[in-house]
Design a protein around this ligand. Structure first.
Ligand code: FES
Length: 124
């Protein structure tokens, strides 16, 4: 008997040059809102666009920064700080996430090939 493997789908988002350093963009990928960031050092990250504290799709409008070596994004309204590397909420600003939500952002594997930005989506 063979296990059914999860299927990885690569979804093209935009070209690398379309991304303005330090400014996020929102994309709908597989029906899900994703926030994509190109940092000043050229790295690209993708996390869920939905803020788990407000339920608003605003993370792409957040402010990039860092905590030590970790690149971060602060949500634009209540200013929670999330790691862009693993999505972990580094500062809840004394608030709780919405019921049914954890405090962290989902992280998507993003790659840049030949100037094209793609996100890996796990399908079934
Ligand atoms: S952006 Fe409003 S709570 Fe996070």
């Amino acid at each position: 008997m063979t296990a059914v493997a999860d299927r990885l789908t690569r979804v093209h988002i935009c070209s690398y040059d379309d991304l303005t350093p330090e400014l996020g963009v929102a994309a709908i990928v597989g029906g899900e809102q994703v926030a994509v960031f190109r940092l000043a050092d050229g790295r690209v990250f993708a996390v869920s666009n939905l803020c788990p504290f407000s339920g608003a799709a605003v993370i792409s409008r957040g402010i990039t920064g860092s905590r030590g070596d970790v690149p971060t994004i602060s949500s634009p309204v209540y200013k929670q700080v999330f790691s862009l590397v693993d999505g972990r909420c580094l500062d809840t600003v004394d608030k709780s996430p919405l019921p049914g939500h954890g405090p962290d952002l989902v992280v998507h594997t993003v790659s840049v090939d030949d100037g094209r930005v793609t996100i890996d989506l796990l399908g079934s």
